[in-house]
Write a protein that binds this ligand. Structure first.
Ligand code: UGA
Length: 430
């Protein structure tokens, strides 16, 4: 099939590369000429494990190319995936202007009987509004609009594309469903078809639920801290019940990234606009907002204050295997620490410059950071921290405090470390 993917951000690019790998002829279209040039030259505008390899293969096989000529890219295909951003608007709702621009381009240049597939996260009812816009503004009742939400995780997006738990297709006609079934024919995953509004809702309801799970375990972790219980044992015991499930019960610094914070906010705003209260989601957001402060409080409790204390941070991105700093909990954490009078040195495998908090000094290895610090706070569980040489971390030191903000180390292994070196180990909820 000939498919044009509009938007080559993280979702668009992974989707375009994945569709080409499935054998479709794909054009990745983007208004950013520089990005398009980078992609056509074999470069990568973002970091995602495995993406470079599949893109390389499809380029080589002539199955994918990139273009900043949006009208021509649209005219060349029959199926149009919209994968542009829906950032948070000033009132907390999803800003749909990029989606509307894409639909107008499709209205103007789309082939007859084309199918528009909305990958971008949009509020329920958006597909209906887009179809109406195509009909009323562009007199295009031949174009179908399908909702096909994405469930890709950064750092795992390529594997998620090829092995999804489910493919959700919201469409109003069997013909559109058939096109979608053909597109994903080679993937071994259940395909759920439903009405378009429900498909759009599935995305928000899923992300908000996952955010609630994280905030729930973080709330339990706070209680465990005070009652001397071990939140990891609690999460394990809870997660063994298949009705609960063990995923997304890892306590820590809280969730960040470009999805959960924005989508939970949009979900709440959606409810507000139609007077449907969303107290569970509001509580999840409030708990998450407090996580950096909760963590910092552990240090304040230890020292009585942070004035002139030297803090080191291991990991700055919102999660490992990603270079994304959007809504990363390290950012408010560093701001709070600096406001409280501490100095902050940091190391992250993928962040060597341009960290948004300018008074944070960046270093190129975790040992340097430890050597400069009274306490190190682990904010992102990068796998390389598991390989640390504790002898090197502790070299020449009389003491060091380590606050493991992601419970990356087990209590058992840290017992060995604290037994040998003057390290005080603190973690979350245990
Ligand atoms: C999330 C969803 O997991 C995807 O299914 C969805 O497609 C995507 O948003 C999206 O809407 O585009 P992502 O933001 O890439 O994916 O990353 P996650 O792995 O979900 O992690 C999000 C945040 O939650 C990270 O900051 C992570 O550290 C935190 N987290 C996750 C926890 O604190 N505890 C956990 O148990 C799990």
């Amino acid at each position: 099939m000939n498919i044009t993917v509009i938007g080559t951000g993280y979702v668009g690019l992974v989707t375009a590369a994945g569709l080409a790998e499935l054998g479709h002829h794909v054009i990745g279209a983007d208004i950013a000429a520089e990005k398009v040039a980078t992609l056509n030259a074999g470069g990568m505008p973002l970091w995602e494990p495995g993406l470079q390899e599949i893109l390389h293969r499809s380029r080589h096989n002539g199955l994918i190319r990139f273009s900043d000529d949006i009208p021509a890219a649209i005219r060349a295909s029959q199926v149009y995936f919209i994968a542009v951003g829906t950032p948070e608007a000033a009132d907390g709702s999803a800003d749909l202007r990029q989606v509307e621009r894409a639909i107008d381009d499709i209205g103007k240049h789309g082939r007859s009987d084309g199918v528009v597939v909305v990958k971008s996260t949009v509020p329920p009812g958006t597909g209906d509004a887009l179809e109406k816009r195509l009909q009323q503004k562009w007199e295009r009742s031949d174009l179908q609009v399908v909702s096909n939400p994405e469930f890709l995780r950064q750092g795992n997006a390529v594997a998620d594309f090829f092995h999804p738990d489910r493919i959700v297709v919201g469409a109003s006609s069997p013909a559109a469903c058939e096109v979608m079934a053909q597109i994903y024919e080679r993937l071994d995953a259940p395909l759920q078809t439903c009405d378009r509004r429900s498909a759009e809702m599935i995305k928000y309801a899923s992300n908000a639920f996952l955010a609630m799970k994280i905030s729930y375990i973080n709330m339990v972790a706070n209680l465990c801290d005070h009652l001397d219980a071990d939140v990891d044992a609690v999460a394990q015991g809870m997660g063994s019940d298949p009705r609960i499930g063990s995923a997304f019960l890892r306590p820590g610094a809280g969730y960040g990234g470009s999805c959960f914070p924005k989508d939970t906010q949009a979900f709440i705003t959606m409810g507000k606009q139609i007077q449907v209260p969303m107290p569970l989601v509001e509580a999840a957001v409030a708990i998450n907002r407090n996580r950096p402060r909760d963590l910092l409080q552990r240090l304040v409790k230890e020292w009585g204050g942070l004035h002139r204390r030297k803090l080191g941070i291991w990991g700055l991105t919102f999660k490992p295997m990603s270079d994304d700093l959007r809504e990363a909990p390290s950012i408010p954490f560093c701001r709070l620490a600096l406001d409280a009078g501490a100095t902050v040195a940091a190391y992250d495998p993928l962040i060597g410059r341009d960290y948004p908090v300018k008074d944070v000094h960046l270093y190129s290895d975790p040992y340097q950071v430890a050597a400069l610090s009274d306490a190190v706070v682990l904010m992102t569980e990068w796998p390389e921290f598991r390989q640390l040489d504790w002898e090197r971390v502790m070299k020449g030191r009389k003491s060091l405090l380590l606050l493991d903000g992601r419970n990356q180390f087990s209590l058992e292994e840290m017992k060995q470390v604290t037994h040998r070196w003057p390290l005080t180990y603190l973690s979350v909820g245990r």
